[in-house]
Design a protein. Structure first.
Length: 96
């Protein structure tokens, strides 16, 4: 039996993560403006921590006061499309 978990490598930090444990979500404003994405390793409190990271990204991007975020759709890396993969920041360094 040669089962192996799908892995994701961070080319900058050289760290390796299990794709099914690397959770991420796009961060978008209600008007459809894409601010980026947030990610973290699954720890049982993932949705709350991703929301906190999304609010920080909103502030860091200088969004207008009172700008509303769309609800986060949390996925693991096995669900990312080829177009989405470059958006996902590494949990090792926060860079896509």
């Amino acid at each position: 039996d040669n089962f192996s978990d799908p892995m994701v490598d961070c080319t900058k930090s050289k760290k390796r993560f299990r794709a099914d444990q690397l959770m991420w979500a796009k961060v978008e404003l209600e008007d459809g403006t894409l601010l980026g994405a947030v990610s973290m390793l699954d720890d049982g409190n993932t949705e709350q921590q991703l929301m906190e990271a999304a609010k920080k990204l909103l502030k860091d991007k200088g969004a207008a006061e009172g700008a509303a975020l769309k609800p986060l759709v949390v996925k693991d890396m096995t669900e990312a499309t080829p177009e989405e993969i470059p958006l996902v920041p590494s949990p090792a360094n926060g860079e896509p």
